[in-house]
Design a protein around this ligand. Structure first.
Ligand SMILES: Cc1ncc(COP(=O)(O)O)c(C=O)c1O
Length: 427
């Protein structure tokens, strides 16, 4: 496989960009080899700098649910480019996206409490702001998070965070003073008693529970619906806020995200990825009484130079409007085909899936980070290479999930299952 241009670019990048990359997992450290430099994308396909083609199951880590360069998204961006790139003032596009999202969530999430939304430029900012608001609203300090859930790289949440940290084997990041995480309580997923016990001990000082309702940053650790309901009940009973981090699951596992899928109404929810249509957008949303505490209405400060950027808002709205019942049915059909046809092979490795998110793992589907087979990474590295050589681009880490997109076909999925089946049969 010729990746000469990628190799040259990476060598140059390493001289000016730390590790050669602008986000750690991109460096291919856990799968080995040189990161592939992509040059263009079209629908479900990528072309790299040396002209190699791939079916894209990374999809920019989730945002591209409608694939690359969907005509409707490009048209919306073009239209806005004719007006301005950014104003730093309020603009119509942010109102349109906010109205669309709130209306969608109120229709799709049973008893939705999502009444206000504030846009940011990344998922990290969205979650960081949501927990600040939870603390400001409740007047309490502690936040519960779960081992293996990643919520972006803000200081207080970089504890047992999965994602790139799982790949790199760093449970905590250097540079984060212990005091910054002292108010973060880390608990195992899937453990009702551990959460109940935390409330027994600290109940009056717990501002909220933060969880990826579909934990998808340390493999895919699908939770029992009863566990999520238990969290809802504990929060209600103790006056704490339930915060769903739906940066990955939002608008993907259902139009209304995991809140709709599990019929659980969180007090606050965070978004990123899909909501920006491929542009940098995050958002946090929730009850009106909570958001009354956010600046400028209230004392909890939060801001952003490019927040609500009109080009990004236009792209996000265009993508969300594409996600109709036909799109969701197609993604569900593809996902089910991938899961059942691979698992029918009855190999040691299996596919876990929810909607258009999938993950290959060894053994039974784990629910907690500590149940993941630690030997899987070495095997995955070889699988990743095999896929690249066969024109399939997967995320370069055993702990990262794969994403389907609407332009994919049954033939694409069958090709992946064929290659995965052959590889894992001999692994
Ligand atoms: C669940 C979750 N929360 C937050 C983030 C952080 O988002 P961003 O990378 O846009 O800062 C991510 C990123 O992958 C995520 O998966």
């Amino acid at each position: 496989m010729n990746i000469k241009t990628s190799e040259e670019l990476f060598a140059r990048a390493r001289k000016v960009i730390p590790g050669g990359v602008n986000s750690p997992v991109r460096a291919f450290r856990s799968v080995g080899g040189t990161p592939v430099y992509m040059q263009s994308g079209n629908g479900a396909r990528l072309i790299d700098a040396d002209g190699n083609q791939y079916v894209d199951y990374c999809n920019s880590w989730g945002p591209l649910i409608t694939g690359h360069r969907h005509a409707a998204i490009l048209a919306a961006i073009q239209e806005q480019l004719g007006r301005a790139l950014t104003f730093g003032t309020p603009c119509e596009q942010e109102v349109l996206l906010a109205e669309y999202v709130i209306d969608l969530l109120q229709k799709r999430i049973p008893k939705s409490q999502i009444e206000r939304i504030r846009f940011t430029s990344s998922g990290t900012e969205a979650v960081m702001s949501a927990i600040r608001l939870a603390r400001g609203f409740t007047g309490r300090n502690k936040i519960i998070k779960f081992n293996g859930c990643y919520h972006g790289h803000s200081d207080s949440l970089l504890v047992k965070a999965g994602s790139g940290l799982a790949t790199l084997g760093i449970p905590d990041s250097a540079g984060v003073p212990a005091g910054f995480t002292a108010e973060t309580i880390v608990l195992p997923l899937d453990d009702d008693n551990a959460v109940a016990e935390a409330f027994r001990q600290h109940g009056s000082d717990i501002a909220g529970i933060l969880i990826e309702p579909v934990p998808a940053n340390n493999g895919l650790l699908l939770q029992r619906p009863e566990f999520l309901s238990h969290l809802r009940k504990l929060c209600t009973d103790h006056g704490a806020l339930l915060i769903f981090d739906e940066v990955i699951s939002g608008f993907r596992v259902a139009p209304g995200g995991a809140a709709e899928h599990y019929s659980i109404s969180p007090d606050m929810v965070t978004y990123g990825k899909i909501i920006g249509g491929g542009m940098p957008v995050g958002a946090f949303a929730g009850r009106a009484d909570i958001f009354a505490k956010l600046a400028p209405d209230g004392p909890v400060y939060q801001a952003g130079t490019l927040s609500g950027n009109p080009v990004a808002m236009a792209a996000g709205l265009a993508q969300l409007k594409l996600l109709d019942a036909t799109a969701f049915n197609h993604l569900e059909k593809l996902g089910a085909r991938l899961e059942t046809s691979f698992n029918k092979l009855s190999l040691k490795w299996q596919a876990s899936r929810i909607g258009s998110i999938f993950w290959f793992h060894s053994g039974q589907p784990p629910r907690r980070a500590d149940q993941i087979d630690s030997g899987a990474s070495a095997i995955y590295a070889k699988f990743h290479k095999t896929c690249l050589e066969n024109g399939i681009y997967l995320a370069p880490s055993a702990y990262e999930v794969g994403f389907l997109s609407t332009p994919m076909t049954e033939t694409d999925v069958d090709q992946l299952v064929g290659i995965a089946g052959e590889f894992f049969r001999n692994a």
